[in-house]
Write a protein that binds this ligand. Structure first.
Ligand code: ZN
Length: 191
């Protein structure tokens, strides 16, 4: 079995910009590349799990998303980082585009994309982590042995409150992806 880190994209790897769809708007969060590298070197599969309701809402097309996605993957590859796979949910229950308008099983906090990844890569959740800037990005931690890091530079206090009152005993707060990666690699993964 393999260990993995499930990564949210917007607000975790790149600076969150509402309904980002263009390469020129894609900016890595400082330290994110180093964090990814650290996790990769420690033997974690890097799996991106991203809600892309902008597709259902008609803000950008699935082709636009895939174009940006391919650019992101080749850019990371140049930097020595291999993403095992990117899972994305193009749906939204109130979407404007009929094809994507549905209450699907993949939009986070639902776990459809994780279930697919676990099967595709034979993942051992007890050795794996989820990292994201929203509670829904660590929802998998609620009822599984997957541990998580909730990161955010915005609404920090609210996020901390959310973590405190949440039932997710296995989710911790971290400043950013780089900090979470350090903690995973040096304090937890090494055990
Ligand atoms: Zn979906």
């Amino acid at each position: 079995m393999n260990k993995a880190v499930f990564l949210d994209r917007d607000g975790t790897i790149n600076i969150d910009k509402a309904y980002l769809s263009k390469v020129e708007d894609f900016k890595h969060i400082p330290g994110a590349i180093e964090g990814l590298k650290m996790l990769q070197d420690a033997g974690y599969l890097l799996i991106v799990i991203t809600n892309q309701s902008g597709i259902a809402r008609g803000y950008y097309s699935e082709e636009d998303f895939l174009k940006l996605n391919n650019w992101m993957l080749s850019d990371l590859k140049k930097k020595g980082i291999k993403i095992a796979k990117v899972y994305y949910c193009p749906h939204h229950p109130n979407g404007k585009i009929e094809k994507y308008k549905m209450d699907c099983n993949c939009r986070k906090p639902k776990l459809g994309m994780y279930e697919e990844a676990i099967e595709d890569f034979d993942i051992d959740l007890s050795q794996s982590f989820a990292i994201g800037d929203k509670i829904r990005d660590v929802a998998i931690c609620e009822k599984t042995s997957c541990r998580g890091y909730l990161i955010s530079n915005l609404e920090k206090s609210e996020v901390i409150e959310d973590v405190k009152k949440s039932l997710y005993h296995n989710v911790r707060y971290s400043a950013d992806l780089n900090e979470a990666a350090k903690e995973i690699v040096y304090f937890i993964g090494g055990k």
